[in-house]
Design a protein around this ligand. Structure first.
Ligand code: DOR
Ligand code: ZN
Length: 344
């Protein structure tokens, strides 16, 4: 049986949610990852260092006793965030990035930025202090085709931003297109990208297989096969600009299976297993460790984890539902097989 042991990975883009949901999300992530960059888009967004530190404590309180896990916190960029707060965040030692949501782009993004000029002073401060900007890279607006939002964001927002702030460190989060791959590859060393497991494994046909599939609805949307191939090539290329960020984003079953369902795919229950499957299919398993456990840490200036995890190529079935506070979350691959499993 094939086994793979790698240095313990980090998830550089994760939604843990809050309250009763944390018991599920924190335990699943901590079983596979040593650390995670935790997104701030709670219903009440995390906009101050004090709120982020309090959220961090709630996450740690939800961690099962025998597990270790380090939440790396972020702040939500609003048009009223002050440059001084960036300095406070930096000094706390617990805030590792500031998240830009274009207003209205995704879940709880209504507090985000509608005009970039309004956050220029904050971005200048971040550039000066070396605080990374984590970007949800999609334009919003009814005139833009939903599948083109990322490519148009690059032209309209990201490229001009990088000219204005050439030293700003930027993570282009959960990239989904060959345009994004090319842009990151060609960009300066300050520009990197995270890649999710679901965008490596699925193309947009998965939204419509035999009927509408709300559990495959996420933002940015799944794209056509040629884009998936470009992402897979980038992730498995050994280029340190591309690293692991799951964007695991749980919503209760009823919020997904709805006439207006929420965006987000829950992959935390099997995340490193799913990346192993994608890398194995590309014949690139030897490159998984650097993608999952080194490049992200290097960008964020963190040491590599000392422990390791072992995976074995044994098929196992994913439950049809998992407890999620008082609710249920439908995990990625529900009722279907995973190709790899974690050895305990
Ligand atoms: O699919 C998504 N879900 N994309 C995001 O950008 C946000 C996330 C969430 O928080 O549910
Ligand atoms: Zn996200």
């Amino acid at each position: 049986m094939q086994k793979l042991t790698i240095r313990c990975p980090d998830d550089m883009h994760l939604h843990l949610r809050d309250g009763a949901a944390l018991a599920r999300s924190v335990a699943d992530s901590a079983q596979r990852f040593a650390r995670a960059i935790v997104m701030p888009n709670l219903a009440q967004p995390v906009t101050t260092t004090a709120q982020a530190l309090a959220y961090r404590k709630r996450i740690l309180a939800a961690l099962p006793a025998e597990m270790t896990f380090k939440p790396l916190m972020t702040l939500y960029l609003t048009e009223t965030l002050s440059p001084d707060e960036i300095a406070v965040a930096q000094q706390s030692g617990h805030i590792h990035g500031i998240k830009l949501y274009p207003a209205g782009a995704t879940t709880n993004a209504e507090f985000g930025v509608s005009r970039m000029e309004r956050v220029y002073p904050v971005l200048a401060q971040m550039e000066k202090l070396g605080m990374p900007l984590l970007v949800h890279g999609e334009v919003v607006g009814p005139e833009v085709d939903a599948f083109d939002r990322e490519a148009i964001f690059i032209e309209r927002e990201l490229a001009p931003l990088m000219v204005r702030f050439p030293e700003l460190r930027i993570v282009f989060e959960h990239i989904t297109t060959c345009e994004a791959v090319d842009f990151v590859r060609a960009g300066s060393a300050h520009l990197v990208a995270t890649v999710t497991a679901h965008h490596l494994l699925l193309n947009r046909n998965a939204l419509f297989t035999g009927g509408i599939r709300p559990h495959h609805y996420c933002l940015p949307l799944l794209k056509r096969e040629s884009h998936r191939q470009a992402l897979l090539a980038a992730a498995t290329s050994g280029n340190p600009k591309f690293f692991l960020g799951t964007d695991s984003a749980p919503h209760a079953r009823h919020a997904k299976e709805s006439a207006c369902g929420c965006a987000g795919i829950y992959t935390a229950h099997a995340a490193i297993e799913l990346y192993a499957e994608a890398f194995a299919a590309a014949g690139a398993l030897p490159r998984l460790e650097a993608f999952a456990s080194q490049y992200g840490a290097d960008f964020y200036g963190l040491s590599h984890n000392a422990d390791s995890v072992t995976l074995e190529a044994v098929s196992c079935e994913v439950p049809t539902g998992l407890s999620f506070g008082a609710e249920e979350v439908v995990p990625f691959r529900a009722g279907e097989a995973l190709a790899w499993r974690l050895c305990s």
